[in-house]
Design a protein around this ligand. Sequence first.
Ligand code: XUL
Ligand code: CO
Length: 437
Amino acid sequence: MKSAFPNISSIAYEGPQSKNPLAFKHYNPEEIVEGKTLREHLRFAVVYWHTFRGTGSDPFGAGTMQRPWDDGSNSVKNAQKRARVAFEFIQKLGAPYYCWHDRDVAPEGKTLAESNKNFDAVAEVLQEEQERTGVKLLWGTANLFSNPRFVHGASTSCNADVFAFAAAQVKKAMEVTHELGGEGYTFWGGREGYMTLLNTDMKREQEHLAKLLHLAVGYKKQIGFKGQFYIEPKPKEPTKHQYDSDAAACLNFLREYDLLPHFKLNIETNHATLAGHTMQHELETAGAAGALGSIDANTGDELLGWDTDQFPTNIYLTTYTMLSVLKYGGFTTGGVNFDAKVRRESFEPIDLFYAHIGGMDAFARGLKIAAAIRKDGRLAEFVKQRYASWDTGIGAKIESGKASLKEIEAYILKQGEVTPNTSGRQEYLENLINEFI
Ligand code: XUL
Ligand code: CO
């Protein structure tokens, strides 16, 4: 096949002095940080949906993207050709992983049987290309939100037939993920929520969502799929309220329905913003529960206020992200998945390279800065000292459950009064972070 990017060769690491826009300045995949290479730490993935299916359309206008390899048809042949282009791109970029929804890679047919057949025909090409390039599947997922049949939700639809359709689609997407050696499978409940409570039986809908996840857990075992299941929190858009609204809500849902042992969270930056949280907050919430699995790396425009899915270039964001990721032991099955799209105005194919190179360099810097902050140790030591009163005496007794309320009362009666005599030192800590940025 003719090259889709004939003027672009493999993107190389040239170092911080380089002025070549088609080179990495900070992402040297072989560089070792905290005992692992940058490639092993960051496990970059390219998303199929934005990068190869994004048209640049918005609510006010049609698509703008120039994609000369795409004939614009919905044919399987076009999808297969596009798959080969995708792998040329991912290989030249040097990302070790990619992710898809079933309907991004292959066209939906008139029936589920036809859709499955189309999916298999494209999956064959994906398999060939994975073998040819060594690029692997980080996770697969089913698109349970685009088709009008999901107007009232997928597993949370008021219509049981829609639940059945969604479940069958998940079954197939899990099978293909398994066949392609996927390291995970993600559930994002695009339409699992409500627009008005006037027509919604919330309890029943949430039970149905849990039912689908339990069915998937059972089927996973049956087919021997060893990948990690993820839930991806997002509070709104397209629905007014989504049941997987933020990390805390997802954890509560998973616990309530006995699903927590089977799932981790896939935390997305722009979704955190929409939930009124920082990415760091969502990562810490997931990490503290032992459920930090993977990240969808992007960023939002805070002045726009919707899910703009921009490529992350902010070094504070990547530093705080990697500080949390390292704190909880780094990625195992997960990775840094660029769920991000080039701007509508950035319509040339070369913009796809600039966007990913920028994101990868920003994360490489974030990782190195985070590792330097950890090596320096002052930040961790500060936090440790801040809680020192819990390490001995009454604090240790309370933590270990050995102090009764009566004992605690007696202790504090003896003390008389308490003064919280240490400063939070936020400004000092912000300055400390700036020493490393
Ligand atoms: C939507 C979103 C999805 C999920 C996968 O906002 O992030 O693309 O990542 O379904
Ligand atoms: Co996402």
